[in-house]
Ligand binder design. Structure first.
Ligand code: NAD
Length: 551
């Protein structure tokens, strides 16, 4: 049995595999486990509670070994983090096909999942953990920045200056919240029960300061708000205690949300439990822990509803906390909306979503050159320009240098082809890996999040992510994944991802053109099918064919 060790992706142009597609998979798998990137690399956990890159260390070794010898007409099959076969395919086929955490409907719950996990038969792949395209907290930063910009536009005249946001969870994803709020000029109080999470975000410059206690946090927050200056404040404690306390004290909070790991009741700290005892307690008495963490979530959500009743802008940030609170018996859990119907769906209708890429050279200058290429390609896109400028100033790269921005139908393929040209001409030092989150326009069925409150009621229809994966396989992606349970937990979502490598070859250009047109195109057709007029307009303008609207 092999065991934990530090993992870091190779950099530079020397191949340790038989081609760049395989090399990219190998480096991105390793990059997901880089201690700079992963939350708990020794346990192979990348982010999002227990989201893993690979099932166990033996599987990791087998994966690396296999990728090193995988031919350009072969495909490695991965079943929940374990390589289970190599099949002869062809050059256009993906080099890796991944299925993670999938369970049959009636069995798709945490208890059964954990039983199977305990037997060593499965793992939780989250969204980009088990599909090897997690790029650290920056990955979510852009989406979080977009969301808070949308909140500002909806309620606060386009800026968060002079407002206080209260949230919790400073983990892999939640850690983007403080910076996203300050990028929108607001003040944020961010509660986390893990002192390490707070320190880590300060170290990475996502969080500005740490408060000594609740009163201190409020004092810092109101002073900065009155000066209309951005400031993010970390506050150590249990959100299920602090959020109700702030409500009871009548704290002047304008916006409330949450990104604790509520999707997994074993990753949310119950009331009356010390953080230091949390992991052992969850392991020893999972059923009791679950009951208590759900009860705590109910208190937390009740206080969030209280803030909404008092006039604050309140939304669920995709962690299923409303669903868990309802399971604990809190009736009004769904009184506030999820962030997708509230702010993001109009972007999804345009095929817009989290386009991201990483430089296999390991050189920050490669990313800066791609940044410039995007600014040149889309001179009219003001929010893209604002984002890239801020990201260059404030984003600390974790692992291989990477960038994210939201691009839509007709934009992603242009960007990808341009990157491929830059690799071919030698302008970039090595190939670029282009992927995205599973949280995207046409790749998820998740009734508490991406597909909450669809116009035609099709929230739980899960054919779309499966079609999305199939079309990406058919279009030439380098690796494609189908996962269950990411974001919102077991039984609540099905989603797919693709990663495509720009290695500078004409073949890569052909694949990129197809994948990066068809992948966001799935989002356009999904939203046309559900009756969104905005999507119909995009389909018409971009030539996305919809058979039921032809003839
Ligand atoms: P994580 O496990 O890395 O971090 C969760 C944090 O919550 C930890 O730092 C933990 O200490 C803290 N926490 C747990 N219980 C707490 C409590 N009672 N009080 C205060 N802090 C507590 O998870 P993550 O990757 O940051 O993801 C957070 C959640 O957001 C997950 O549920 C994830 O599925 C969801 N998510 C949302 C989006 C989105 O787009 N909105 C994207 C990805 C993930």
């Amino acid at each position: 049995m092999s065991g934990p060790r530090p993992v870091r992706a190779p950099r530079g142009t020397e191949l340790s595999t038989l081609g760049w597609q395989q090399e990219a998979a190998l480096r991105m798998l390793q990059n997901n486990l880089d201690p700079e990137v992963a939350e708990h690399p020794d346990e192979l956990v990348v982010y999002g509670g227990s989201g893993k890159a690979v099932r166990d260390w033996n599987s990791f070794d087998a994966m690396i070994r296999t990728l090193r010898t995988l031919k350009n007409d072969e495909t490695m099959l991965v079943q929940s983090g374990r390589p289970v076969g190599v099949m002869r395919t062809h050059e256009w086929a993906p080099r890796v096909l991944i299925a993670n955490s999938n369970l049959v409907g009636d069995w798709a719950n945490w208890d059964e999942f954990r039983r199977l996990e305990e037997l060593g038969l499965t793992m939780y792949g989250q969204m980009t953990a088990g599909s090897w395209i997690y790029i650290g907290t920056q990955g979510i930063l852009q989406g979080t920045y977009e969301t808070f910009s949308a909140v500002a536009a909806k309620r606060f005249n386009g800026t968060l200056a002079g407002t206080i946001t209260l949230t919790a969870g400073l983990g892999g994803m939640g850690g983007a919240q403080p910076l996203a709020v300050t990028m929108n000029d607001g003040v944020a109080i961010c509660v986390d029960c893990d002192p390490r999470a707070i320190e880590r975000r300060i170290e990475h410059r996502y969080l500005d300061v740490k408060a000594d206690n609740v009163a201190h946090a409020l004092e810092l927050a109101t002073a900065a708000r009155d000066r209309r200056e951005p400031l993010s404040i970390g506050l150590l404690g249990n959100a299920a205690e602090i959020v109700p306390q702030l409500l009871a004290e009548g704290a002047p909070i304008d916006i409330v949300t949450d990104q604790t790991s509520a999707h997994d009741p074993l990753a949310y700290l119950p009331l009356g439990v010390d953080f230091a005892d949390m992991a052992a307690y969850a392991k020893e008495k999972p059923a009791e822990f679950t009951t208590r963490s759900r009860e705590a979530m109910a208190k937390h959500v009740e206080a969030m509803v209280g803030f909404q009743d008092a006039g604050a802008e309140v939304f669920d940030y995709g962690n299923s906390i409303r669903g868990e609170a309802r399971l604990a018996g809190y009736e009004r859990a769904f009184a506030f909306p999820g962030f997708v119907p509230a702010y993001i769906r109009p972007l999804f209708c345009e095929g817009k979503g989290p386009f991201r890429w990483a430089a296999l050279s390991g050189e920050a200058s490669d990313i800066h050159k791609t940044d410039q290429a995007l600014l040149d390609l889309f001179p009219e896109n003001e929010s893209l320009h604002r984002w890239i400028k801020m990201a260059q100033e404030r984003v600390h790269f974790q692992g291989l240098p990477a960038r994210i921005c939201w691009l839509g139908q007709g934009e992603r393929d242009k960007a990808g082809v341009r990157f491929n040209e830059m690799v071919a001409s030698g302008e970039l030092q090595a190939p670029i890996v282009i992927g995205r989150d599973h949280l995207d326009t046409g790749s998820v069925a998740s009734p508490y999040r991406e597909t909450e409150a669809m116009k035609d009621g099709s929230d739980a229809i899960a054919d779309w992510p499966l079609l999305n994966a199939m079309v990406n396989v058919a279009s030439g992606a380098s690796w494609v994944s189908i996962h269950h349970g990411g974001g919102v937990g077991m039984g609540r979502s099905l989603h797919a991802g693709q990663v495509t490598v720009a290695d500078g070859t004409p073949l890569a250009a052909e694949k990129i053109r197809r994948v990066l047109t068809n992948d966001p195109g799935m989002g356009v057709i999904r939203h046309v099918d559900a009756g969104y007029e905005e999507a119909e307009a995009v389909a018409e303008a971009k030539g996305v064919r919809i058979p039921m609207r032809e003839g």
